[in-house]
Write a protein that binds this ligand. Structure first.
Ligand code: UDP
Length: 333
């Protein structure tokens, strides 16, 4: 079992989101772990106590590591960029070893040119917790995402047309509500210009060996053209005498996967958002349609919120109709 569009690891703090998805899948507990290959060593990322001790050859405890990091951290105020976030926590050396190269590869931008929110996705820890995420719910769909979506889409009132641009059918399909999840700039025919998106090329490989690497993902911040290698068996729990991995090569062109969080792009998005807000009965949901670097759970939450909003509008509409009906005085003959 592989993830055709790159490794997707589900994690959330929202019980509502988890419960909702549980209607469509059973789960397999999975706590993702990542190592970074730095100067020939495999070190835990997010940076934690073990990372520091191994990298610097020290034996610090939790308190000592806090002092150690504080002595290296640079004072930055206000923290605005992805460089600021990291150097203000761990100092320049670790920033350069773990973040600068990876970020330049992934985004073709220096961390100083990206919003703080990008590298802030990866925290710094002074304990030994070596999990990539710390959310309450961390699990993978037991039979895979494909089965989960098949179940979601199996309702009789859902019809799917693949390989169809919405513009081809816009005028033939009648609808009460339109929910658009494609790129928002595409919806408006790029009238204000293109929003930048970052893409990836995936290179899949199946090895004639049962295991390939120690953890689900290994990051290569400073070497190679790819950013990371993921071995799917760790994520899926599949037992097999071969193993499949994916290498991620960041690209400027290709399918849009990531919005690029930086002020000028946000400003351009706001212009499209203003157009979107003027439309009645059309809703924009998801990473591409709201130009936000959302995780899967945030998108599910956004979808559920949109559903609530739409149903409240409907209830309000019907309530009005009822009021009108109630206010019509019967004609007396
Ligand atoms: N990042 C980094 N070094 C790492 C891991 C992440 O510099 O070892 C930075 C990089 O800019 C990356 C961002 O943090 O794009 C977010 O990482 P995450 O693993 O959340 O990326 P995703 O899984 O969404 O591609």
């Amino acid at each position: 079992m592989i993830h055709k569009y790159g490794p997707h690891i589900f994690h959330t703090n929202s019980e509502d989101v988890f419960n909702y998805l549980s209607r469509f899948t059973e789960w397999r507990n999975y706590q993702h772990k990542v190592l970074a290959s730095v100067d020939g060593q495999m070190l835990p990322i997010p940076i934690n106590l073990n990372t520091i001790n191994k990298y610097f050859g020290l034996e610090l405890n939790g308190l000592q590591v806090e002092e150690f990091l504080a002595s290296r951290a640079e004072k930055v105020y206000p923290v605005k960029t992805s460089e600021d976030v990291v150097v203000s926590k761990v100092g320049r050396e670790l920033y350069e070893k773990f973040f600068r190269g990876y970020t330049r590869k992934q985004w073709a931008l220096d961390p100083s040119e990206l919003d703080a929110s990008v590298t802030a996705r990866v925290p710094t820890r002074t304990n030994k917790d070596d999990r990539y995420f710390t959310d309450t719910f961390q699990a993978m769909p037991l039979h895979g995402y494909t089965k989960m979506f098949e179940k979601m889409l199996s309702l009789p009132n859902i019809k799917i047309m693949l390989n169809t641009n919405y513009q081809e059918v816009m005028n033939e399909v009648t609808y009460k509500k339109l929910i658009f999840t494609g790129p928002v700039d595409e919806y408006f025919n790029y009238c204000y210009g293109k929003l930048p998106y970052r893409s990836l090329r995936f290179k899949f490989e199946t090895m004639q060996t049962e295991n390939f690497q120690e953890t689900g993902t290994i990051n290569y911040p400073n070497d190679y053209a790819f950013t990371r290698i993921t071995e799917f068996k760790h994520l899926t729990g599949q037992k097999h005498d071969k193993t499949s991995v994916v290498y991620e090569f960041p690209e400027a062109t290709g399918d849009p996967y990531y919005p690029v969080p930086r002020p000028e792009n946000d400003q351009l998005y706001k212009k499209y958002q203003a157009l979107a807000n003027q439309l009645n009965n059309t809703y924009f949901v998801g990473r591409l349609a709201t130009y936000k670097y959302y995780n899967m759970d945030q998108v599910v939450a956004q979808a559920l919120t949109t559903f609530k909003k739409i149903s409240q509008v409907e209830i309000a509409k019907h309530a009005n109709e009822d009021d009108i009906i109630m206010n019509i005085k019967p004609e007396i003959k």
